[in-house]
Ligand binder design. Structure first.
Ligand code: 13P
Ligand code: SF4
Length: 319
């Protein structure tokens, strides 16, 4: 604990000295989330991370999360220096949507409005008409559907089909998935609900349909934390990365949180409800980037200039 405390003290000092601000996601290490909050940075979902980073006056942002979050910050603020504790922290949705194949998919369907999830590379965003996050994807697709638009959606198939069902929009779906959320199991969740009949079920929409169908609340990480605060229930079953439990427990210390069932310890459980890339962010590598200024995110300016259009559309829509 003392070593952790001295690392944290040094990080606090360096953030101040370098006039840097820490922007963290709810899935990263609890110490990093606490540091972000204590030092005037933010811990939030991907929409709010993007907005906070863009609007903050600091010229150096340290993004504790995965690569697309750092890239989005850089695209929105090309003049700022964006650092990340580990540049190899990727995302299975990003990995599952290579630029060339995605471009061919778009080329084959030129009549469709291209909507991509935030969890993609800058080059994929450069090809999109709209970027969305889990907190606002439903509203944006609803809006496009009302305008009579046909949609090409990438990459998350579960989020895409959830939005498709809710809105009735004509959506052609890329078949990507998140390796963490894909592990949640509908049949096991039913059994768990029988054991906890009063528990409310909170689900991130990257989860499979059989899990989403049992949800009391479906939403982004921030929206799920809000539900813990506002819902009149003592017990919650949580189907998202278990890094979120830190904030849920802070939001409602007297409530009980239960991890939704995954494939368990079987060989098929690749992640067991914790993102291996979010887990690459720690106190040691955070301290190192602050000390050395290493791990800066770069986005090809030509790509950034195209990609910013779809991100700005979302932020304007959200405003
Ligand atoms: P949120 O935007 O809901 O925080 O989700 C980001 C993410 O990567 C979920 O797996
Ligand atoms: Fe990507 Fe899933 Fe990790 Fe989120 S939890 S960053 S969607 S792999």
């Amino acid at each position: 604990a003392t070593e952790r405390e001295s690392l944290k003290a040094r990080i606090r000092q360096l953030l101040k000295e370098k006039q840097a601000v820490l922007v963290a996601h709810y899935y990263v290490d609890a110490d990093l989330q606490d540091l972000a909050e204590e030092t005037g940075g933010c811990v939030s979902d991907s929409l709010e991370m993007a907005r906070f980073g863009r609007d903050h006056a600091a010229q150096t942002l340290v993004v504790a999360g995965v690569r697309f979050m750092g890239e989005t910050a850089k695209i929105l603020s090309p003049e700022k220096r964006i650092l990340m504790p580990d540049l190899d922290a990727t995302c299975s949705l990003d990995l599952g949507c290579p630029t060339d194949e995605f471009a061919a998919f778009c080329d084959a369907h030129p009549d469709r409005t291209v909507v991509v999830y935030a969890n993609t590379s800058a080059a994929v965003k450069a090809r999109a008409d709209w970027m969305v996050t889990s907190s606002i994807g439903l509203d944006i697709v609803k809006h496009l559907h009302e305008q009579g638009k046909k949609i090409l959606w990438a990459p998350d198939k579960h989020l895409g089909s959830y939005i498709q069902k809710q809105t009735g929009a004509d959506m052609l779906l890329w078949q990507g998935s998140c390796l963490v959320h894909d592990e949640f199991k509908g049949a096991e969740l039913e059994l768990m609900r029988q054991e906890h009949p009063h528990a409310k079920v909170l689900v991130h929409p990257e989860s499979p349909e059989a899990v989403v169908a049992q949800a009391d609340v479906i939403g982004s990480t921030s929206q799920l934390i809000d539900a813990v605060r506002t819902l009149d229930a003592r017990e919650f079953i949580v189907a998202t990365d278990n890094g979120i439990l830190h904030k849920m427990r802070m939001a409602a210390p007297d409530k009980i949180f239960i991890d939704a069932p995954t494939a368990g310890n079987s060989a098929t459980c690749k992640s067991c409800a914790h993102c291996p890339w979010m887990a690459m962010n720690g106190l040691q590598n955070l301290l190192q980037v602050l000390e050395t200024g290493s791990n800066e995110i770069h986005v090809d300016p030509a790509i950034g200039k195209k990609a910013v259009v779809c991100i700005d559309r979302m932020l304007d829509f959200a405003a």
